[in-house]
Ligand binder design. Structure first.
Ligand SMILES: [Zn+2]
Length: 396
């Protein structure tokens, strides 16, 4: 369970800029980002509203919220307690204008990692990576098709002598750094450009499984429609609002807090547990490849390493070990990159249910994982709010 921690050392600094094929149609003209203290009475209730978009809540109790500024008038508590942080349209445009790039040292396919890429390019990239890699790697063209009929591929590298580790990426459409980070890890492991003995040792003992594009439809829509889209693209019956939050849709304590039954809400949990094809396919693939020792669901932003549970305050049976691993990942990231990643339980941040990392560790997955509880984490990548989902190359 412990050995795979070292994988995280190859992760968190990427140099990326946007590609030219991006076409946004949604404008955010009246929208602002505000920051509110969650400890103040009335703010917690405000956070439950369906017409706001909570970007994150920090460990020390601040919430960053995207909201139409016209909605703030008449909400006393918000005008008194919250401060405007940014204009959302300006923030997105700033991201779009970033074109500078920072060269990485010793990385294979260096230029590839200096840009974000479309679904088709990423799909082909993993296929080619497996082809060049030969016997040690495997490309699975499709573990299933998304709501809009796009394939969800998988990529395997290494030997499962000790066990298997599972990574899934890009479950939330707008968190582009998630998919980019997984490509960077897959590349670093497969090509091992620095000839690292540690990587060779890992791959001789551990098989790493990537599901790099959990939410292909939402991801594409964040390129050709709404840069800040989060959910998949499900058509919800009885509603004009599209999309289910896949990370509230897993079959683990589904709909038990921290999700919404309103299809217009960004945290809409779907019609039933694992109602979404994208959720079903990842659950099935995880099962089919079991037993899995550890699993990470990659997100941004906030710099957090989150362990079970999200749905209850109670400690999990493996709290001591899960905490130790989380704390150690945090310490190593700080040693190597000088960045603080807070290690904590999901619920200590905010209550959630039906999330992937609780499912990895929970009863439903355990029942088909050789009775083994996979160490399940949600990892929130950089930064801590300045650029949010719109991390530019200068910050890498
Ligand atoms: Zn996310």
């Amino acid at each position: 369970m412990v050995e795979w921690k070292v994988l995280l050392l190859f992760v968190l600094h990427l140099s990326l800029c946007q590609s030219a094929k991006y076409q946004r149609t949604v404008k955010y003209n009246d929208e602002i980002l505000i920051r509110c203290p969650t400890s103040v009475k009335g703010i917690k209730e405000f956070l439950q509203r369906d017409d706001i978009d909570v970007w994150r809540i920090t460990p020390d109790g601040l919430a960053d919220i995207r909201i139409n500024k016209n909605l703030i008038q008449g909400t006393d508590i918000v005008t008194k307690q919250c401060t405007a942080v940014a204009d959302v349209e300006a923030l997105v445009q700033q991201f779009e204008n970033m074109t500078a790039s920072v060269k990485l040292h010793g990385q294979a396919q260096q230029e590839w990692h200096e840009e974000y890429h479309r679904y088709d390019e990423i799909y082909t990239w993993y296929r080619d990576l497996a082809e060049q890699c030969g016997d040690r790697c495997q490309f699975i063209p499709s573990i299933g098709k998304s709501f809009e009929d796009r394939d969800q591929p998988a990529f395997h590298v290494g030997d499962p002598v000790v066990g298997k580790i599972y990574f899934q990426c890009q479950i939330h459409a707008r968190e582009w750094i998630s998919g980019a980070t997984c490509m960077y890890i897959a590349d670093s492991l497969t090509n091992n450009p620095d000839g690292s003995e540690r990587i060779s040792n890992i791959l001789q003992n551990v098989e790493i499984i990537f599901v790099p594009l959990v939410n292909p439809d939402g991801y594409e829509y964040s390129w050709n429609g709404d840069r800040l889209w989060r959910k998949n693209r499900q058509v919800n019956s009885g509603s004009s609002c599209r999309g289910v939050d896949l990370n509230r849709n897993y079959n683990d304590h589904w709909n038990q807090g921290g999700s919404s039954s309103n299809p217009c809400n960004d945290k809409y949990h779907g019609a039933s547990a694992a109602s979404e094809p994208e959720t079903q396919h990842t659950q099935n693939y995880f099962r089919d490849n079991g037993p899995i020792l550890g699993a990470i669901d990659w997100h941004s932003f906030s710099q957090l390493i989150l362990r079970p549970y999200g749905w209850t305050n109670q400690d999990s049976p493996d709290e001591a070990q899960l905490k130790e691993i989380g704390d150690e990942m945090s310490a190593k990231i700080f040693d190597v990159f000088g960045k603080t990643y807070t290690s904590q339980k999901v619920i200590d941040l905010y209550p959630t249910s039906g999330i992937a990392s609780d499912w990895f560790y929970g009863e439903d997955a355990t029942s088909t994982n050789g009775a083994y509880r996979a160490a399940g984490y949600t990892l929130e990548l950089r930064d801590t709010g300045e650029y949010a989902f719109l991390l530019p190359p200068e910050e890498a």
